[in-house]
Design a binder for this molecule. Structure first.
Ligand code: COA
Length: 259
């Protein structure tokens, strides 16, 4: 598919999605969000990658928020529609069978912090800054920020960040559990690709089952322990389980097919 606001590149088995609006600090327009969603969906539907990395163009910003110029004159119904449609995409990313890593290469503010939080893991460069500054604009986060921020850093710190509009630098984000690792800018993509390569060696159905069962913990309509029992059982019916266990017993490397 041809995209206007993002770049996509398949490297080995990792799909790299780069939000490509550097002059606007990669701010997310409606179209940008839809393009990111389409790229993640296409990878899931065609099973064309074992891991996805999302990053921003340039060295200053991952994403500096939703594009303020786009919604500055929105009405109440338009605002609600924007949040509703954005959340569909961010929920899809969170529930993607293929793991998604955010390579946070600078500002991750507003929708940028929300996009990073919808990913399964976050690696930050040491110049990264995280925040939800929507209250400065008379708004609140609309792409799941009020829900995912407390999941990741706890209610206490989440409310502080939401109502003061303060930013966390990369090391503070690490301390609060918002990111998995902090590395130098030069090491950012190397680190993320290394994590992606490690994931690519594991059984794909088991990897997606881990994501699904962990997400169940946060889904009020699901019982995570029940999901775990069900998916643990289902694992025994996969070729990958047969391959993984036989490879272990025969002291060889497994070759997983995702079936
Ligand atoms: N929406 C639209 N445009 C944005 C944007 C956003 N969220 N964030 C940055 N931009 C644009 C700026 O308008 C500017 O465009 P211009 O050169 O055409 O004027 C360009 O990106 C560079 O940004 P600038 O503000 O000049 O960079 P800076 O280094 O002085 O400041 C930030 C960086 C991130 C602190 C500042 O851009 C900012 O506060 N952005 C908005 C953050 C925000 O509120 N996000 C939540 C939105 S809901």
């Amino acid at each position: 598919m041809n995209y206007e606001h993002i770049l996509t590149e398949l490297e080995n088995s990792t799909l790299i999605i780069t939000i490509n609006r550097e002059s606007k600090l990669n701010a997310l327009t409606y179209q940008t969000i839809q393009e990111v969603g389409s790229a993640v969906k296409e990878a899931n539907e065609t099973n064309s990658a074992r891991c996805i990395i999302i990053t921003g163009a340039g060295s200053k910003a991952f994403v500096a928020g939703a594009d303020i110029s786009e919604f500055a004159s929105f009405s109440v119904p338009e605002g609600e529609k924007l949040a509703r449609e954005g959340q569909v995409v961010f929920d899809y990313i969170e529930n993607s069978d293929i793991p998604v890593i955010a390579a946070v290469n600078g500002f991750a503010l507003g929708g940028g912090c929300e996009l990073a939080m919808a990913c399964h893991m976050r690696v930050a460069s040491d110049n990264a800054k995280f925040g939800q500054p929507e209250v400065k604009l008379g708004l609140i986060p609309g792409y799941g920020g009020t829900q995912r921020l407390p999941q990741l850093i706890g209610k206490n710190k989440a409310i502080e960040l939401l109502i003061t509009a303060d930013m966390l630098d990369a090391n503070e984000a690490l301390k609060w559990g918002l990111v998995n690792h902090v590395v130098s800018s030069d090491e950012l993509m190397v680190t993320c690709k290394g994590m992606a390569n490690k994931i690519a060696k594991q059984a794909p159905l088991a990897v997606s089952a881990c994501i699904k069962t962990v997400n169940s913990f946060y889904n009020k309509n699901e019982d995570g322990f029940e999901e775990e029992k069900k998916m643990f059982g289902e694992s025994f019916g996969t070729n990958d389980f047969k391959e993984g266990s036989q490879a272990f017993l025969n002291k060889r490397k497994p070759e997983f097919t995702g079936a």
